[in-house]
Design a protein around this ligand. Structure first.
Ligand SMILES: Cc1ncc(COP(=O)(O)O)c(C=O)c1O
Length: 411
């Protein structure tokens, strides 16, 4: 199995699958920046990061949102300026917080009372003041998959407005000895195919914050998170980045002005919509099993180890026969992976040309949350990743070897 990663360089790209593109770094910068100049696009590295990607992110003038010491280590290895990075996560360890402070990270987005206390103490030990934001949970359902919904009451993320935790956290953060509360964040889930949840989120959170102005809340940074959708299948096109930008900036500008918050730095955190459509996963066909009147399984040399999304979210993808693009559609097949699970199916019941062993199948929109959630299940190595642009190709991650998979084992 091998993958080709194509960086989208134009504002909207369409490949031969005719699925509308999600976006690219420049498009995000332009669409948000022209409507709201005091804005920053922070790439959510959980979608997929390695040193080559982190370097591009920095070159493109984006900030970086990290959720672990590992992602921060990649950012540091790629010389991403620390002040453009902020750190998310509902259970950052003391070691991760120490690493972040020692690296001089821009902001920590605090997610729990425990973290507030631990971080305050760590900053105190170092004799520094750390800028923080608080992640609030506004109680808004963004109508995405239940496993990726994060802004509702029943969520492990953020301080709930409804329960009173948000108010308590804001007051505790403002009085912390070694922390400066500079901003507020919320993230509703992903992928979000509608604009209304963002508009409602901005409205609910900004209105809620007015009560703390007199108590000294400084809203220097405001973030409605990420979650911008991309086209996975032809039948479900996402809004354009311009539409997301129009909704978010319009509501933020109007409400900030009305409520007297000025023009805080608006941070959006796209992950999937930057790398999702840039990644095309390529698989080689192996065995084919035809169960007459039931199903025809076409087995690929990858599967849930390089893309777990269909197995855990029921995510749908398109696929094309890359080795014979002009072959006519002929039959309905199911593209199965090579892992020892019946649920290891990448695409169920898709019409394709007649497929033969050795054919190459391409699955578009595989750039986000596929390589980053990849595993060594069944001790299969993770695939190589090649970056391609304008006819040039560059290996940015080599295929894993058996030795790589035993590297941390103690004999
Ligand atoms: C806080 C936060 N920001 C941004 C993102 C990125 O979401 P997406 O890749 O859908 O843009 C996530 C995804 O889980 C998130 O939890």
């Amino acid at each position: 199995m091998w993958s080709v990663w194509r960086r989208s360089s134009g504002p909207r790209c369409m490949c031969s699958t005719r699925i509308p593109c999600g976006g690219c770094a420049a498009e995000f910068r332009t669409e948000f920046g022209t409507r709201y100049p005091n804005s920053r696009v922070a790439y959510a590295s959980k979608a997929f990061v390695n040193p080559a990607i982190a370097r591009i992110v920095a070159e493109e003038g984006l900030g970086l949102d990290v959720v672990s010491g590992g992602e921060l280590a990649v950012a540091r290895a790629a010389d991403v300026p620390p002040d453009t990075i902020y750190f998310h996560g509902n259970n950052k360890t003391p070691e991760e917080l120490e690493f972040a402070l020692d690296y001089g990270i821009g902001q920590i987005v605090v997610d729990s009372f425990h973290e507030l206390e631990v971080l305050d103490a760590i900053a105190g030990e170092r004799g520094v003041r750390q800028d923080i934001m608080l992640r609030l949970s506004p109680g808004i359902d963004a109508h995405t998959h239940e496993k990726t919904t994060t802004g509702i009451l029943d969520s492990k993320f953020g301080f709930s407005i409804e329960t009173g935790d948000a108010a308590k956290a804001i007051r505790q953060a403002m009085s912390a000895a070694n922390l400066d509360l500079v901003g507020i964040h919320f993230h509703l889930g992903s992928p979000i195919f509608e604009l209304e949840p963002y508009e409602l989120g901005v409205e609910v959170v900004l209105n809620y914050l007015t009560q703390f102005k007199e108590e000294g809340l400084r809203l220097e940074i405001f973030s409605p998170g990420g979650g911008f959708a991309i086209g996975y299948v032809r039948s479900e096109p996402p809004p354009q980045i311009a539409e997301y930008a129009e909704s978010i900036t319009k509501y933020t500008s109007r409400l900030c002005e009305e409520l007297g918050f000025g023009t805080p730095l608006l941070v959006v955190e796209p992950g999937r919509s930057i790398v999702g459509r840039a990644g095309v996963a390529l698989y080689t066909v192996g065995g084919i099993k035809d169960i007459p009147t039931v199903r025809k399984y076409v087995s690929l040399d990858g599967g849930m180890g390089d893309n777990i999304r269909p197995a855990i979210y029921g995510s749908e993808y398109e696929a094309v026969l890359a080795s014979r693009m002009s072959a006519p559609p002929a039959e309905v097949v199911t593209l199965a992976g090579k892992y020892c699970e019946s649920g290891d199916v990448l695409v169920k019941d898709i019409t394709m040309p007649v497929v033969e062993p050795g054919d190459i199948i391409a699955i578009p929109s595989s750039g986000a949350y596929a390589p980053s959630m990849a595993s060594n299940y069944n001790l299969n190595g993770r695939p190589a990743i090649v970056m391609a642009k304008d006819g040039d190709a560059r290996l940015i991650r080599r295929r894993e070897t058996y030795a790589d998979m035993m590297m941390a084992d103690v004999f």
